[in-house]
Design a protein around this ligand. Structure first.
Ligand code: ATP
Length: 766
């Protein structure tokens, strides 16, 4: 009999768990095959249910695959009066001598139960409340944990265990603390980086855990220096909330907003639960359905368009479409002249504006008021009593006149010119063509920020919040109209389906004549137009995330914003519109604000939406940058955030800070790649295109996914093993937020930093 070691014991346990996973996976695969076989095209309802089931199974299979690596990573023996898995022979007692029962809990990426009727927990999901002591226990505050074990695995093999004695067993508060945790942590933070972020479930720190599991149902702001785990915490909180509030959030969805597409790709696979159907990942530029925004490069445009001043400017831009003609216009209706006078339009406009409805919703008020006055004018002319008595027309006659006026296309056209049905893009296009009209009270610089050459089309991410604001200001076409449109679309679909079937039926006989096997099932054999249309409809039964993404007015159950310091006042309004319940987690660092209209002060940014009803949490430990690089970045702190204290750096050393001349760039990048090995190199510069060309010409593989060449905006929130910083003085000088950008650039490296420059270094001497 080979001797049982802790590693072999844990290996047997892991084997048991993996067998369960394999079994569950086989069952799911079989069920998936069955579901696909059972699909009955004639039963739209059944089809929908099966589609859903297939989707769910696929998701669970994915979750199993994602959780398989590092399935279990920890174990605690913790005091529990009713242990589910009692620790055999260990009824150790505290000092007062009472015996205390211990429960052995294995902690992992997912939860697993025994298959029998006991449903005994074999593996505790890290998000379960009972797993929490694993993260919180320290020698000083053991939280009832007597022993904690960190289990390291590679593939399906256990490769190491580290034990810590926390309470009892002779541990003393003066003894070494958290050694196992530190070993696991050091291994995690020094690991080579890949283009996608890893989860931190094995080593979540207590200060991070309290944010992840915070029961706060309002706005939670998480602030911390670069590398303190803000992104990690935000994503793990999303996973935790999805686990804890599954029902509610599956229906309402969770929105996660990040600064750019590369960042969204970087975080998209951190946790399997983020792949759930209720999670929408978006940048502020993609939040308005149907708009594909490109980045806004003009600093002035970003500053002007992000400012809260845009609210009155947009309002007046929309009002400019509510026009009063200078001259009366005469129309002939039923042989009678009617004059649409400036007074009539002005008074109808006042009535509509006073209704306090949005522009489009107030349009019927405007039309009714104008028609009413035109009808009165017409009645005066038609029904005038030659003897000077009361008007001869009855109220029914006047009502009739109103209808005639309303249906007269010339009058309808004239009223449409005075108060048109508007879309956000109409108004913004007009505003950018003539900013001096709507922003008459502002200066030339503001107009410059708004103006756009007529040949430019499409929108930037600074325009998206304005389009969203306008959608609110103008109002959506009213719901009844929307329902009518949907009905019309539905009928059209049925007609199209019938036509498609007719064509199919025609070509099928052709095909059969051409010698096609008669047993090939033709669409018209199995489905008629109604059923086909119905099928399309059930196919359109989209997931929560799909529906939320397509609906500009979707109210998400929870909203998470990463790099929240980048949001302008207008972007905040857009985000808050999507979260009427104000249950949000906002993570960011004002010292890294690159957007000239971004956040300098949380209170100022949030007060318009929540006053002072928000909670601030701070993260204090930097897990990313080695000490030498952190110290260099720290020299900028007095310039970018004088009130902020630098984070405690977890890592003492990396590969160091190196300096070289500008003409040595290619060599510096090659050396960085050598040092990074399998890891990532980030080249950060103000001129991405030029550097890309230069490095390609020097023979470097610029297409490699291990080499990222980016400006600072494109590197926000990301990290690289080695960073090559090109001409830091240029970054500092490129914008009013140049030092903030430089601070971001200096804090991206997990191992080493290479500074390539001819210009003097822009940071203060130490
Ligand atoms: N408890 C932890 N255990 C192991 N690694 C951690 C832990 N917390 C954070 N990290 C790692 O530290 C790195 C930095 O984390 P993250 O990107 O979340 O920081 P951040 O505060 O968002 O940084 P920035 O402000 O630069 O965007 C990541 O690689 C993350 O996985």
């Amino acid at each position: 009999m080979p001797e049982t070691t802790p590693i072999s014991a844990e290996q047997s346990y892991l084997d048991e768990l993996l067998a369960l996973v394999d079994e569950a996976r086989a069952r799911l695969n079989n069920r998936l095959k069955e579901v696909r076989r059972e699909a009955d095209i004639d039963d739209p309802q059944g089809l929908m249910m099966r589609d859903r089931e297939a989707q769910e199974i696929a998701l669970r299979l994915e979750n199993f695959s994602a959780a398989e690596v590092g399935l279990m990573f920890g174990r605690i023996d913790v005091e529990d009066p009713e242990p589910e898995n009692p620790v055999a022979g260990e009824q150790s007692g505290p000092e007062d001598g009472d015996s205390v029962a211990l429960d052995r809990r294995y902690i992992g990426r997912i939860g697993l139960h025994d298959n029998d009727e006991t449903m005994r927990t074999l593996l505790m999901d890290w998000r379960a409340p009972q797993a929490r002591p694993f993260y919180l226990a320290t020698t000083l505050h053991p939280e009832g944990v007597h022993r904690r074990r960190h289990i390291r695995t590679r593939g399906r093999a256990v490769v190491g265990v580290t034990d810590e004695a926390l309470a009892a067993e002779g541990s003393s508060p003066s003894g070494p603390t958290d050694v196992g945790k530190e070993a696991a942590l050091l291994e995690a933070v020094t690991r080579a980086r890949t283009p996608v972020m890893r989860d931190i479930v094995e080593t979540i720190a207590a200060e991070q855990d309290s944010i992840i599991r915070s029961p706060h149902r309002g706005v939670l702001v998480v602030q911390g220096a670069p590398g303190t785990g803000k992104t990690a915490v935000a994503l793990h909180r999303a996973a935790y909330l999805l686990y804890t509030w599954r029902e509610q959030l599956a229906r309402t969805g969770v929105l996660i907003v990040g600064p750019n597409d590369r960042f969204l790709r970087y975080i998209s696979q951190v946790l399997p639960s983020l792949g759930e159907t209720g999670v929408v990942l978006a940048t502020p530029g993609t939040l308005v359905p149907g708009i594909q925004a490109r980045p806004e490069h003009s600093l002035l445009a970003r500053e002007v368009k992000g400012s809260i001043e845009m609210v009155p400017i947009l309002r007046s831009a929309a009002r400019l479409f509510q026009r009063v003609p200078e001259q009366p216009r005469r129309f002939r209706v039923d042989g009678v002249d009617v004059d649409l006078t400036p007074q009539i339009v002005r008074s109808a406009r006042t009535r509509a504006r006073r209704s306090r409805r949005s522009h489009n919703a107030a349009r019927p008020v405007f039309v009714d008021a104008a028609v009413e006055q035109l009808a009165r004018q017409m009645a005066d002319r038609l029904g005038e009593d030659p003897l000077g008595g009361d008007n001869l027309l009855s109220s029914t006659d006047v009502a009739q006149l109103r209808e005639e006026l309303r249906e007269d296309p010339n009058i309808a056209g004239a009223l449409e010119e005075c108060w048109p049905l508007l879309g956000p893009e109409d108004v913004l296009t007009e505003l950018y063509a003539h900013p001096e009209r709507a922003a008459a009270e502002y200066d030339e610089e503001t107009w410059e920020g708004l103006r756009r050459a007529p040949e430019v089309t499409g929108w930037t991410d600074a325009d998206t919040p304005l389009l969203d604001e306008l959608a609110d200001l103008l109002g959506f076409v009213d719901d009844e109209e929307a329902a009518a449109a949907e009905r019309a679309e539905w009928l059209e679909t049925i007609t199209e389906a019938q036509e498609a079937l007719d064509i199919l039926a025609g070509s099928a006989s052709q095909d059969l004549d051409d010698g096609f096997a008669p047993e090939i099932l033709m669409a018209y054999d199995v489905v008629d137009a109604e059923a086909l249309a119905a099928r399309q409809r059930v196919r359109d039964t989209r997931s929560t995330a799909q529906r939320a993404r397509a609906d500009a007015r979707w109210a998400f159950g929870h909203v998470i914003v990463d790099e929240a310091q980048e949001l302008s006042a207008m972007a905040w309004r857009m985000i808050f519109r999507r979260c009427p319940n104000r249950w949000m987690t906002l993570v960011g660092d004002p010292a890294q604000t690159g957007n000239p209209s971004g956040v300098e002060d949380w209170g100022e940014a949030l007060s318009p939406a929540v006053q002072d009803r928000w909670e601030l949490h701070e993260l204090t430990v930097n897990y990313r940058t080695p000490e030498d690089i952190a110290q260099l970045a720290g020299r900028l702190l007095p310039l970018v955030a004088p009130d902020q204290r630098p984070a405690v750096t977890l890592r003492r050393t990396g590969t160091g800070v190196r300096y070289s001349r500008r003409n040595q760039l290619a060599a510096a990048v090659a050396a960085a790649a050598e040092l990074a090995g399998q890891g990532l190199v980030g080249v950060l510069t103000v001129d991405r295109e030029a550097i890309l060309r230069e490095l390609a010409a020097a023979g470097l593989d610029v297409d490699s996914d291990r080499l990222v060449i980016a400006d600072v905006t494109g590197a926000k929130g990301l990290e690289f093993d080695e960073v090559v910083l090109v001409e830091p003085a240029d970054i500092a000088a490129a914008s009013p937020q140049g030092y903030q950008d430089l601070y971001v650039a200096l804090t991206r490296a997990t191992q080493g930093l290479s500074v390539v420059h001819d210009s003097p270094l822009p940071w203060p001497e130490s």
